[in-house]
Design a protein around this ligand. Structure first.
Ligand SMILES: [Fe+2]
Ligand SMILES: [Fe+2]
Length: 228
């Protein structure tokens, strides 16, 4: 079933060399195998992840437009490439989601995630917003790593997808960090900012604690260390 997106599609279509693009080439004509419990768990987790991918496309799309006027070291192209990565992530996760039935409370799940991602950018300076994105993507990397180490096993196509997403997100972290600093973000604020993003993401993901447990993911260690 096609769900109305959390955030509308961005009006650009550029390719990138995202590993997720190659994952799609390889797996998009297969049906992925999951147990019944895994299907139920993923039906709850995928909407959260998809919403994050859609929201992220807007952040980098808007910045690519803004940087066309006042270019800094990072060019509009760098941001367009990230938009393209996030589009592949969305496409791949959406493709998996479409193989799975929707949970009854899908709207509530969607609304919660929408609220979280919209609140991120609200009333923030650009530098603070990019610092937040760096923190968020770093946490997403960690989450993907825990799914990789989880119960699906290292060779499951979904595990491979998480690994591919993680590779992109690691790059997004460096780009966002660099950009935040370039825009004048005060480094001494990282720790506090990271703690607050961690806490808010933890609150959001904790609503699906049981679903994560099915995939062998314990959220606590992901959010425990508050290092930058
Ligand atoms: Fe992403
Ligand atoms: Fe990202």
């Amino acid at each position: 079933m096609t769900m109305k997106p959390c955030f509308p599609a961005v009006p650009i279509d550029v390719p990138s060399e995202s590993p997720v693009r190659y994952w799609l080439h390889e797996y998009q004509y297969q049906t992925l195998e999951f147990t019944e419990m895994e299907r139920t768990a993923l039906s709850r987790l995928l909407p959260l992840l998809v919403c994050g991918e859609q929201s992220s496309q807007w952040v980098f799309y808007n910045e690519s437009i803004r940087q066309q006027k006042t270019p800094l070291a990072l060019a509009a192209n760098d941001f367009e490439r990230i938009v393209a990565d996030e589009k592949y992530h969305e496409e791949a996760l959406e493709w998996v989601r479409n193989q799975i039935e929707e949970p009854a409370d899908i709207l509530a799940i969607k609304r919660r995630s929408q609220r979280f991602f919209s609140s991120l950018g609200a009333k923030k300076t650009f530098e603070e917003h990019f610092a937040q994105i760096a923190c968020l993507d770093a946490l997403v990397c960690k989450l993907m790593l825990y799914i990789e180490k989880g119960s699906l096993g290292p060779h499951h196509p979904f595990t491979l997808l998480c690994r591919a997403i993680k590779q992109d997100e690691a790059r997004h972290v460096s780009v966002s960090k660099l950009h935040a600093l370039e825009l004048g973000y005060d480094k001494s604020q990282w720790r506090a900012l990271n703690a607050s993003i961690s806490e808010r993401l933890f609150d959001l993901l904790s609503t699906e604690r049981d679903a994560f447990a099915v995939l062998g993911v314990d959220l606590n260690p992901i959010f425990e260390s508050k290092e930058e």
